[in-house]
Design a binder for this molecule. Structure first.
Ligand code: NBY
Length: 795
């Protein structure tokens, strides 16, 4: 049976339940229903997918390739259902079988193939590329284990392995015929003009394809993830000699390459397996791209005209030397021309200015694993230095290979992810290279897909928007500005607030059933959810919370604005300071939540195991968005955009995309505090800045003193000495210096929230004015300014 749009979903579900999974409705378990529904939806996605592929071949259009070590895709079933506009049909089909739609959706594992913003951005981009109809592939790694699962034991983070593939996964197609050999190590043989690399070790990369469908199913692109396998999976000789461990060793070794996602989102570790993963992804992707190009066009000089490869940070930066190696060593083009073709094809996105996050490799390790690539990097560096002899930001210094400068030199465009970040790139990490190539750096401010981050996760608000301005906003988010007149209508604002309140009730019910956390939906829901990092300053938030609690205790009969402080986020397993911050928040929550004097005014909850699915629950229910990084440190942020879109005003610094959010929503609808990036740099040169700030603010001093005295860790008073002495001393991220202004902004929030109608208006204006933060807008920016690629839906 062909699954055309005319086959009702209910029939398709039953057919898959029966013939794909061998169950009748009486014996099917929840997972069977989830898989049957997924396959029924997937059938329709495949139809769109084939049409898109065919059109791309027919038109000979340019293709975009997004290379990323991370795709934080989360669950895919609801995404497919929403984009194909099958929500009502799916609900009623399941109801006919006595199954609950949400229960079935909740059975799907959350694919956490990424750390945070960088990986989630890649996932939003894939969806937008499909919505726009730009021919594109995502290339990544099919990690067997995604980001670790987090739980708390006595307030401390405990990590456990994540097993998303243990439950059945509905979305991928294994492609056993698409396999490439990826080599490591060995030696380089030079005979006159001919250079050849002979690796000493090889693994095979096998492709798994996931179709990514866009809005209304008009187009679908492919996410192709590589899995490692042994070329000779089994050593029969060893087996015959009775050595069963050695017999299975090649397979185990090859599989480690795609076994687990590295859980560090900032500190670069320079580990051998990580470099292997990076070359594994890049080598396999480039072979695949060139095979496809060769089949269709042939002449390698046309590569830049037909192919655009985006490097998501420096993680796939080995693409530069690898492409040169293939073109020069294997296809016989001159070195010069190979470099030019590679540069015409590659572009690079930078996501951080933090020095500890910039990738470098010791030349010993690099040369051992990729001996030919090291020679090529040296030659690229040498050629570049001919034209530009002054080099302080070189790709080859201190016995290191520096992936930032390498990516810059090998890319035709280099982009930052917010206006501020892009300007700072020009004056800091890439200053010298920018002066040599002033046209190369461009800005593409991040965005988020409105299908997942509004239509799917906040159906009540999406419904109000559609009934007010029609449904065209879904793929033209700027149309949200048509909501502006409605914010003057008290009746409409009342609907808006009722929706927020319903979302808060729903979240509260879930928190109570899933975690035994009881929250009053009338409180202000104040939310900070993101990776734990000193620069993101979750400790500024908890310090202010503690100071606020002490103040409420001083005056328990005053008219305080009741608040729920919600936190969620993971700390890298080796980042002990960040883990201490988590523990402090949990310890403070235990003490403060059980204080009868303050409990109607202040509650704290740290929800465990933050992931995409949890974000989808929290964002629609938030009243206030905490975006409080030290100015100059958060490249962009994307959570900030999700909150604004869903009607949570920001309390935040002038950092990353906060700057642009404030410009769009209006200064009066944004709670600004703190130093600017410039003031931050200046303040750091002030002697004893932290001590001075503490002396000037008795509230801050009292909060620090209580922590030091063990108020939140009575069994171990010294537990937080590390945090307290850091804040009193170096305080590199200027928590103390920004505290007083943060406190002021928070009291402004308290006062504003009391004005229910005024707050609703502010929230609604955040929604109405956040249309620019759609990843559709971002992707059009990349297509026009960087890729020179076209939509095949608009022709
Ligand atoms: O990229 C984030 C930025 O911090 C955030 O401001 C920005 O909005 C977002 C999208 O542009 N960066 C980020 O998420 N980085 C990582 O997750 C990451 C992961 C791995 C490694 C480094 C950074 N690594 O070196 O392995």
């Amino acid at each position: 049976m062909i699954h055309t749009k005319t086959t009702p979903l209910r029939d398709s579900i039953l057919r898959h339940l029966t013939y794909s999974f061998g169950k009748d409705p009486e014996h099917a378990i929840l997972e069977d229903w989830r898989m049957a529904l997924s396959f029924a939806v997937r059938d329709r996605i495949v139809d769109a997918w084939f049409k898109a592929t065919q059109k791309t071949y027919e038109t000979g259009a340019k293709r975009v390739y997004y290379l990323s070590m991370e795709f934080l895709i989360g669950r895919l079933l609801e995404d497919g259902i929403v984009n194909l506009e099958l929500v009502d049909e799916a609900k009623s089909a399941l109801a006919e079988y006595g199954k609950d739609y949400h229960e079935v959706l909740n059975d799907e594992p959350d694919a956490a193939l990424g750390n945070g913003g960088l990986g989630r951005l890649a996932a939003c981009f894939l969806e937008s590329l499909s919505t726009i109809g730009c021919p594109a592939h995502g290339y990544g790694i099919r990690y067997e284990h995604g980001l670790f699962r987090q739980s708390f034991v006595d307030g401390r983070q405990v990590e456990m392995p994540e097993h998303w593939l243990e439950q059945r996964h509905a979305w991928e197609f294994e492609r056993p015929e698409v396999r490439y050999r990826i080599g490591f190590g060995g030696h380089v043989d030079t005979r006159g003009e001919t250079v050849r690399w002979y690796p000493s070790e090889e693994v095979e990369a096998e492709a798994y394809d996931t179709p990514v469908v866009g809005w209304k199913g008009r187009w679908a692109n492919t996410l192709r993830l590589w899995s490692g396998r042994a070329i000779h999976p089994f050593d029969l000789d060893a087996f015959n000699h009775g050595d069963y461990t050695r017999a299975a060793a090649p397979e185990a070794l090859a599989r480690t390459i795609s076994r687990v996602l590295y859980p560090d989102d900032t500190t670069e570790q320079g580990k051998e397996l990580r470099l292997k993963q990076e070359y594994f992804l890049t080598g396999a992707a480039l072979r695949d791209i060139l095979r496809r190009f060769n089949n269709q066009f042939g002449d390698l000089r046309r590569l830049p005209e037909k192919v655009s490869i985006q490097l998501n940070d420096t993680h796939p930066a080995i693409a530069g030397p690898e492409l040169v190696r293939i073109l020069h060593d294997e296809r016989g083009l001159s070195f010069q021309e190979s470099v030019e073709i590679a540069r015409g094809t590659l572009s690079y996105t930078n996501h951080t200015l933090l020095p500890e996050a910039l990738e470098t490799w010791g030349e010993g390790l690099f040369g051992k694993l990729l001996p030919r690539h090291l020679q090529i990097v040296d030659q690229i560096d040498h050629e570049h230095a001919k034209n530009f002899p002054k080099r302080t930001q070189s790709m080859r210094s201190d016995n290191l290979v520096k992936m930032g400068p390498l990516s810059f030199v090998m890319a035709h465009h280099v982009n930052g992810v917010s206006a501020l970040h892009t300007e700072l790139m020009k004056t800091t990490v890439f200053e010298e290279l920018h002066n040599l190539h002033p046209e190369r750096i461009v800005n593409q401010t991040n965005g988020v897909t409105p299908r997942r981050w509004l239509l799917a996760c906040n159906p009540r608000l999406a419904g109000l928007i559609t009934s007010s301005i029609g449904e065209d906003w879904v793929d033209d988010l700027g149309q949200l500005s048509k909501l502006e007149p409605f914010v003057e209508d008290a009746g409409w604002l009342d609907k808006y607030s009722t929706i927020k309140r319903s979302n808060k009730v729903e979240l509260s019910n879930w928190m109570s059933s899933a975690h035994g956390i009881h929250a009053d939906p009338d409180m202000l829901f104040d939310v900070q959810i993101k990776r734990l990092h000193e620069y993101k300053r979750q400790h500024l938030n908890i310090l202010e919370t503690i100071a606020h609690w002490l103040e409420i205790r001083d005056n328990p009969n005053a008219d305080w604005t009741p608040r729920l402080k919600l936190f969620a986020g993971k700390a890298a397993p080796g980042y002990f300071f960040a883990k201490d911050i988590i523990r402090l928040i949990n310890d403070a929550a235990a003490v403060i939540n059980s204080d009868p004097m303050t409990s109607k005014f202040l509650k704290i909850a740290f929800l465990p195991n933050y992931n995409v699915t949890l974000a989808e629950r929290l964002v629609p229910a938030a009243d206030l968005s905490e975006q409080i990084s030290t100015a100059g440190k958060e490249a962009s942020g994307t959570g900030n955009m999700k909150f604004a879109l869903n009607g949570a005003p920001t309390v935040g610094t002038l950092d990353g995309a906060n700057v642009e959010i404030r410009e769009h929503v209006g200064a009066e609808n944004f709670f600004l505090f703190g130093m600017t990036a410039e003031q931050v740099m200046e303040r750091r040169t002030t002697e004893a800045h932290a001590r001075k700030a503490i002396e000037a603010d008795p509230r801050l001093k009292r909060a620090l003193d209580e922590i030091r005295a063990g108020r939140f860790s009575p069994s171990e008073p010294g537990r937080y000495e590390g945090i307290v002495s850091n804040l009193e001393g170096a305080d590199y991220f200027l928590v103390c210096s920004d505290f007083t202004d943060y406190w002021r902004a928070q009291r402004e929030v308290d006062a504003s929230f009391k004005d229910t109608l005024g707050w609703a208006r502010m929230a609604a204006l955040n929604t109405a004015r956040s249309g620019w933060f759609s990843s559709d807008r971002t992707i059009r920016g990349y297509m026009n300014d960087i890729w020179k690629a076209e939509s095949l839906l608009e022709k």
